[in-house]
Design a protein around this ligand. Structure first.
Ligand SMILES: [Fe+2]
Length: 467
């Protein structure tokens, strides 16, 4: 049915029953195939004379077939040759993608033009942060760079811009508005972060349970077998409580955001912490353990920094010699990876960059990892800092820009558990199955093992603890 014809048809169907339709609801209904059936269901469930988006979306989603798609993944698409030109390309790609996100909010001038403009002018630029430092009088000095040149901005101590600049990190791209002074200074007035829209994206209410986990670390002496066994029993509906059984039954997906094994040679002296010293045997153990999960569950596995694949991000899926160890049907994806499960868009990212943010930003720490993930959404980049703990591969395109706003951002890596909603996006850091290692003890890191988040778009989120 053509759109205009479909719209008229839907309006007249509702009018016959005495309802009017809000434009948002109308838009959602035009893409539905069995629209008459859906209209009948809506009419029998609503109580208000105006049909709103919230009245229709749940019914539309419940009629959709359950589906799984990989929307974006580096696996099989890497064009990285590792030379200097490629690093230039990846940063140019980052700049142009984020500039594109900012274009409706800021009309940035090329830095080269700004430098030649007369004093007293208000100017706006879109630029990458190349350096952040403090002046002798305590102001913040920020070096901005775009493809045409560099300019130094100053955030005056005590000004609103001074506080905004406290959340900046090197290599992120932002919009900046400010004033040029007679002395040739660029006084920063406002930082415009690319951020995500205030209400995230349209909701999805498909009734499907998804478990979010990560950092299992099979092969480590500190891997908590008994805690993992309880999780497996729960998924196999062996727990006595009816509610837990129902929740387990609803689970159709288990997403694992990296570090399925402990790996070898990841940090100094790691061999002392290993129960299984051969990395292939670690993956054999992983395959055996995943085999214990019920067949109704699809497992999606992306790598982390302990896995046997290149360390620089984006990381492709595990290599075929490791995939072949898994007899069970596992979907191997890269890191990061954008998935679509029945209309729910999920960005999986292991989370190595969180170490950089925890070190650089005073506002975030390991105890509430989801708050650091909010910063990733605000910066629209999964690994904004180059040259810190996160290694970036010189791909021709920057795969780590958050171009498509997801419904869910899922990470791990920091071994602490936390979730929250930022501007409508559910943000989950899924903890670990490993207790504190000697390395973590030295670093004063306190893991939170045995937690999982179970999210069902139709019912909400549940937190389970198996430890
Ligand atoms: Fe880990």
């Amino acid at each position: 049915m053509q759109d205009q014809t479909a719209i008229k048809h839907i309006i007249s169907r509702f009018a016959k029953e005495g309802y009017s339709v809000h434009p948002g609801a109308l838009k959602a209904l035009t893409s539905v195939r069995n629209v008459d059936e859906v209209v009948d269901k809506i009419c029998s469930s609503v109580t208000s004379p105006v049909i709103r988006y919230e009245d229709v979306i749940g019914i539309i989603d419940s009629g959709r077939e359950e589906s799984f798609r990989i929307l974006k993944d580096i696996s099989g698409n890497s064009r990285c040759e590792g030379n200097i030109d490629d690093f230039v390309q990846v940063f140019n790609s980052r700049y142009s993608k984020i500039r594109n996100i900012l274009k409706t909010r800021i009309s940035g001038l090329p830095v080269q033009h700004v430098r030649r403009m007369p004093d007293g002018r208000k100017v706006q630029i879109v630029a990458m942060i190349s350096e952040i430092r403090e002046s002798s009088s305590g102001h913040r000095l920020i070096e901005f760079e775009d493809p045409t040149g560099r300019i130094t901005g100053i955030a005056i101590k005590g000004s609103p811009a001074f506080n905004q600049c406290a959340t900046l990190v090197p290599d992120e791209v932002v919009g900046v508005s400010g004033n040029l002074t007679r002395d040739g200074l660029f006084i920063i007035e406002n930082i415009i972060f690319p951020d995500i829209p205030a209400n995230g994206r349209e909701s999805v209410r498909k009734d499907v349970g998804i478990v979010f986990t990560s950092d299992i670390h099979f092969g480590s002496k500190e891997f908590l077998q008994d805690v993992w066994d309880r999780f497996v029993s729960w998924l196999n509906m062996e727990m006595k409580k009816e509610k837990l059984q129902e929740l387990a039954e609803s689970v159709k997906y288990v997403l694992i955001a990296g570090d399925i094994v402990d790996g070898v040679g990841v940090y100094p002296g790691q061999d002392q912490d290993l129960l299984i010293v051969d990395v292939y045997e670690q993956y054999e153990k992983a395959a055996e353990e995943l085999e214990r999960l019920p067949d109704r569950i699809k497992i999606v596995l992306s790598p982390g920094n302990h896995d046997a694949v290149r360390q620089a991000e984006p990381q492709p899926a595990l290599p075929s010699e490791i995939k072949s160890l898994f007899s069970r049907n596992v979907e191997f994806v890269g890191n990061p990876c954008l998935l679509d499960i029945s209309g729910l868009k999920i960005e999986m990212y292991h989370g190595r960059s969180l170490d950089d943010l925890m070190t650089m930003l005073p506002s975030v720490d390991y105890s509430k990892p989801h708050l650091a993930m909010y910063e990733l959404l605000r910066k629209r980049h999964l690994a904004p800092v180059y040259g810190g703990r996160s290694l970036l591969a010189p791909e021709k395109e920057d795969y780590l820009v958050i171009e498509d706003v997801p419904h869910v951002l899922h990470s791990g890596h920091v071994h602490t558990f936390g979730y929250g909603v930022y501007r409508g996006v559910l943000t989950i850091n899924s903890g670990t199955w490993q207790s504190q290692t000697s390395y973590q003890k030295k670093m004063n890191l306190n893991p939170m093992p045995g937690y999982v988040a179970v999210y069902n778009p139709a019912k909400g989120i549940a937190r389970l603890k198996f430890a």
